[in-house]
Design a protein around this ligand. Structure first.
Ligand code: S3P
Length: 450
C-alpha cells in the first residue's frame, strides 16, 4: 500500500481512570521475521498471535510475490509454506512495503543473494528513508542496486548469482541493517560475520537458531560478533508471537499519567534488547511491576501492571539504553512532560531517520501543547510540568508516523485541554485496535470531521 487512506483527524480529551486489561497486539519485529523466515523454509510454519497491522500484512503480501504461500486462518493464526533458502522466485511486479522500514529492509536482505531482481517502493514516509545503509553491505555479497538519489526508494536490487560471505561492522546501531546482512548471509556459502558495536534487538539471531541455523554470538572488545554459517537446512517452526512491548508502551504510559488508573497489560515480550523503556520509567518513579515472569518460545514474557504515578521525576536517560527503547522515546517524552523536572535524552540520532524525524515531530507537537522542548542533532530534553501539568489545546502533525500519532493521543488523556492530531490513519500500521482498546479502558478519543 502506497500512502494511507483519507486523513483521520482525532482528538483526545481528559480520560476517566484507565482500568482493566489491555490486550495489545503481537510484536511487530517478530511478526515480520516469522513471515520472512517461514517463506525461506520448505514445509509449513505455523504462526499464532501475528500482528495484523498494515506493515506486517504488506510483508505477507511480499512473501507471496516471492513465491511463498501465506494462508490466513483467522484470529492472528497463519501458515506459511516456504520455498527454502535461496528459493525465492522473481516477483512479477513492484514490491510495495507501505510504511514498513523493517519489512522492506529485511526483505531486501533476504532476496539479495538469490539470482533474481526486485523493485521496492513504499509510502511517502518510507520513500524518504535512507536505504544506503542496507544496499552498501548487500553490495559486498555481490548484489547491485539502483535507487533514487541518496539510495531512496523506489529501488531495484539485482541479487548476486554467486554470493560471497561477508564480514561487516555495523556503522550505526540498527537491528534492521544487522538482520538484512544475516538474512543475505543465509544463501552465501561459508561464514558471514556481523559485528555490532552496540547491542540491538536480537530477534533475528534467536529465530535463525530456532529454524536450525548454525549461529554463534561472542561478546568481544569490538562488540557482539555474530557468526552465521550459510546455506542451512531450515526446519519449519511453530511460532507464538509475544505481545509487543512497543505497543504496550502506550497503555502503560497512559496509565502512569492518568489519575486513578490501574491497568494490567498481559503477555508482554520483555527481551532485554527491547525493555529499556520500562527500566527508564521505573527510574523516574513509575509504579510499574512485572507479574508472572516466564519464558515463552525463547523470549522472556511477563504481565505488566501500571498504576497512576504522581511522583515521577525527570531524569538523565542512559544513552547506552537507547537501542533497547528506540521506538519508545516519543511516548516517553509525554511521560516526561507529566513528571517533575527536566528529562534529558542523549545519544538518539537514529530517531531522526524513523517513520518521521521523531525528535522534530514530537518537539513541534509538544510545543503546540505548551511544553518546552530543547533539541540538538542527537539529543533532546523536556521540561516536565508535573502530573496533569500539560496545558494541551494544540494540534500535532502525525507525519505518517504511527508512534507520533499514538503519543499525542496519550498526551491528551492527562492534559488540561484536549490534544488533537491531524491524522490518526498511520496507527493501523502497528496497533490497529488502539482506538477501540484505549476507549474501552477509559480514554476519550473522537474522530473529528473537518
Ligand atoms: C526494528 C528495528 C528498529 C526499530 C523498528 C523495528 C526491527 O529499527 O526502530 O521499529 O524489527 O528490526 P532500526 O534498525 O532502524 O533501529
Amino acid at each position: 500500500m502506497s500512502g494511507h487512506g483519507p486523513a483521520i483527524p482525532m482528538t483526545s480529551r481528559k480520560a476517566t481512570p484507565l482500568r482493566g486489561v489491555a490486550n495489545v497486539p503481537g510484536d511487530k519485529s517478530i511478526s515480520h521475521r516469522s513471515l520472512i523466515l517461514g517463506a525461506m523454509t520448505v514445509g509449513e510454519t505455523r504462526i499464532t498471535g501475528l500482528l495484523e497491522g498494515q506493515d506486517v500484512l504488506d510483508t505477507g503480501k511480499a512473501m507471496r510475490a516471492f513465491g511463498a504461500e501465506v494462508i490466513e486462518h483467522g484470529g492472528g493464526e497463519y501458515s506459511v509454506h516456504g520455498v527454502g533458502v535461496g528459493g525465492f522466485a522473481e516477483p512479477e511486479d513492484v514490491i510495495d512495503c507501505g510504511n514498513a522500514g523493517t519489512g522492506v529492509r529485511l526483505i531486501m536482505g533476504a532476496m539479495a543473494t538469490t539470482p533474481i531482481s526486485a523493485t521496492f517502493t513504499g509510502d511517502g514516509s518510507l520513500r524518504k528513508r535512507p536505504m544506503g545503509r542496507i544496499t552498501d553491505p548487500l553490495a559486498l555479497f555481490g548484489a547491485r542496486s539502483y535507487g533514487r538519489a541518496g539510495g531512496r526508494l523506489p529501488l531495484t536490487i539485482v541479487g548476486a548469482a554467486e554470493p560471497m560471505p561477508v564480514r561487516y561492522t555495523l556503522p550505526m546501531a540498527s537491528a534492521q541493517v544487522k538482520s538484512a546482512v544475516l538474512l543475505a548471509g543465509l544463501n552465501a556459502p561459508g561464514q558471514t560475520v556481523v559485528i555490532e558495536p552496540e547491542a540491538t534487538r536480537d530477534h533475528t539471531e534467536r529465530m535463525l537458531r530456532g529454524f536450525g541455523a548454525d549461529l554463534t554470538v561472542e561478546d568481544t572488545d569490538e562488540g557482539r560478533v555474530i557468526t552465521l554459517t550459510g546455506q542451512p537446512e531450515f526446519t519449519p517452526q511453530t511460532i507464538a508471537v509475544p505481545r509487543d512491548p512497543s505497543s504496550a508502551a502506550f497503555p502503560v504510559c497512559a496509565a502512569l499519567i492518568t489519575e486513578g488508573s490501574d491497568l494490567l497489560v498481559p503477555n508482554i515480550g520483555l527481551n532485554p534488547t527491547r525493555a529499556g523503556l520500562f527500566t527508564t520509567l521505573r527510574e523516574m518513579g513509575a509504579d510499574l511491576t512485572y507479574e508472572n515472569a516466564r519464558e515463552e518460545g525463547g523470549e522472556p514474557v511477563a504481565d505488566l501492571r501500571a498504576r497512576f504515578s504522581p511522583n515521577m521525576k525527570g531524569i538523565e536517560v542512559d544513552p547506552d539504553r537507547a537501542a533497547s527503547m528506540i521506538d519508545e522515546y516519543p511516548v516517553l517524552s509525554v511521560v516526561a512532560a507529566n513528571a517533575e523536572g527536566k528529562t534529558h535524552m542523549p545519544g538518539v540520532k537514529e530517531l531522526r531517520v524513523k517513520e518521521s524525524d521523531r525528535i522534530d515531530a514530537m518537539a513541534k507537537g509538544l510545543r503546540a501543547n505548551g511544553i518546552t522542548v530543547d533539541e540538538g542533532e542527537d539529543w533532546w530534553s523536556i521540561d516536565g510540568r508535573g502530573p496533569g501539568g500539560m496545558p494541551g489545546g494544540g494540534t500535532a502533525a502525525s507525519e505518517l508516523d504511527h508512534r507520533i500519532a499514538m503519543s499525542f493521543m496519550v498526551a491528551g488523556m492527562a492534559a488540561q485541554k484536549p490534544v488533537s492530531i491531524d491524522d490518526a490513519s498511520p496507527i493501523v500500521t502497528s496497533f490497529p485496535i488502539f482506538e477501540e482498546l484505549m476507549t474501552a479502558l477509559g480514554a476519550s478519543l473522537t474522530r473529528d470531521n473537518r
